[in-house]
Design a protein around this ligand. Structure first.
Ligand code: AMO
Length: 425
């Protein structure tokens, strides 16, 4: 019977079949142990002769299960047959049985094909898979439609300077910085509530621990909201669901990283502070007068929220108009916006807000951002033919993953990160 490594102990004195990679070979002479690794965990194989295969070779093993307290899971297999399905080169650039922490980030990225096998690295993507699953699950429960929109665009929406140009037959087009335009179109198509999980591209030249040139954006857009407050409340519910599910299903991955998620209900306690107030809090916390909310300030704000509200997360709303994209709905005085960021464990993981939905307001906004109706004619047509009040937000999936596990660099949360110097493997 074919079983997973984690289940072997349930089959004491039975003949089973397991498939996996040679994780570790321990030769003691009379008796030799091989730890076989599959997607579920590890199982010990006992051999009386010298094992003739290399680390990371792929095996199909048949044998009887015997109890052994010292083996992972409390049982081991005494193989009656071993078939080597693939022979691994004995020279592996990284020893897979070593702790991932032993290797610098550059080594883990330069040798990505094998680094992804390190159990602690693989756990990042097991956790990320759960995040993607529970994020979508909640959206479906809340009656949202999942959409997939084009990543080839003719005009940027998030500011014009960080676009990647792509040759497209005889024209130049760009990689989408976000699905902003398309998600608004889909809301006004009558779907009302949409979400998308897709790659977004930012041609940021600088190399920072928080930026990727290609990242996964979890985008939400919904009709019939009044202000960003509805969106922040929606996001509280969404994250609370995701954290609760992750706590229930991903303890193994969290434990490998010594991490935990906020407890159920914690997101409801996350304070909302106005942009000006946020700067005052940061000034008080750091003892330095701040004019911009920089990474150090985001960390100080979260420390403050943890101390005052018992949660490591803060919503900042009331952003000045000049700091937000042209599509953002202004406050009554025209100086601020109905928009917000969510800072979680010291890092911005979300931006969002109410959008414009009136053609006259849109046309009035364009020159303030150096844009023209001719250049933005598709955008104008969303508002021209009846568009409900709406808004949404986007969560950077790698940033969320990184902050849950405590990864120092967001690149660690991408299986194949792209930066200015790295486009392989
Ligand atoms: P914004 O540009 O703030 O907003 O992006 C939203 C979220 O996406 C993530 N993010 C990134 N993650 C890694 N590397 C990057 N270079 C990067 N850039 C952004 C962050 C950020 O909070 N259209 C709006 C969203 C909306 O209003 O719906 C937008 O794209 O987590």
């Amino acid at each position: 019977m074919r079983v997973l490594a984690q289940d072997v102990a349930k089959y004491l004195n039975t003949e089973v079949e397991v498939f996996g990679w040679v994780h570790r070979i321990r030769e003691l002479g009379q008796v030799n142990f091989v730890i076989l690794r599959d997607r579920s965990g590890y199982v010990q194989l006992v051999f009386h002769e010298k094992p003739e295969f290399t680390h990371e070779s792929v095996l199909k093993v048949r044998g009887r299960v015997a109890a052994n307290d010292k083996a992972p899971g409390g049982a081991e297999i005494e193989p009656s047959s071993v078939e080597v399905l693939s022979v691994a080169d004995p020279e592996i650039p990284l020893a897979i049985y070593q702790e991932a922490d032993k290797y610098p980030l550059e080594a883990l990225l330069d040798n990505r094909v094998v680094a992804l096998r390190l159990p602690k690295i693989r756990a990042i993507f097991e956790l990320q898979s759960s995040l993607l699953r529970y994020l979508s699950e909640y959206m479906h429960q809340q009656d949202f439609f999942e959409i997939k929109t084009s990543k080839l665009i003719s005009t940027g929406t998030e500011g014009g300077t960080n676009l990647f140009a792509v040759e497209y037959f005889e024209n130049k087009v760009y990689l989408a910085q976000s699905p902003q335009f398309y998600k608004e179109v889909m809301v006004s198509s009558g779907l009302e509530r949409v979400f998308e999980i897709s790659h977004a591209y930012r041609a940021e030249k600088h190399d920072t621990p928080r930026h990727l040139n290609e990242y996964v954006s979890f985008d939400v857009e919904m009709a019939f909201i009044e202000s960003e407050v509805d969106l922040m409340n929606f996001e509280r519910g969404l994250l609370d669901y995701v954290f609760t599910q992750v706590a229930a299903h991903n303890q193994a991955e969290l434990a490998l990283w010594g991490a935990s998620v906020p407890v159920a209900g914690a997101m409801a306690k996350a304070p909302v502070v106005d942009h000006e107030e946020a700067k005052e809090i940061i000034t008080k916390e750091t003892g330095k007068k701040v004019f911009e909310i920089a990474p150090e300030g985001e960390r100080a704000l979260c420390d403050w929220a943890q101390r005052e509200f018992g949660v490591d997360a803060v919503f900042i709303n009331g952003w000045p108009r000049k700091k937000r994209p042209f599509y953002t709905f202004p406050s009554a005085d025209g100086l601020k916006t109905l928009s917000f960021d969510l800072i979680f464990r010291g890092l911005e993981i979300t931006s969002g807000g109410r959008r414009l939905n009136d053609l006259a307001m849109f046309l009035d906004a364009l020159p303030k951002f150096g844009l023209t109706r001719e250049g933005m004619s598709d955008y104008a047509s969303i508002y021209q033919y009846g568009c409900p009040p709406h808004g949404g937000f986007a969560i950077g999936v790698e940033r969320l993953t990184a902050r849950i596990l405590g990864l120092l660099n967001v690149k660690e949360a991408s299986p194949f990160p792209r930066d200015r110097k790295r486009v392989r493997p």
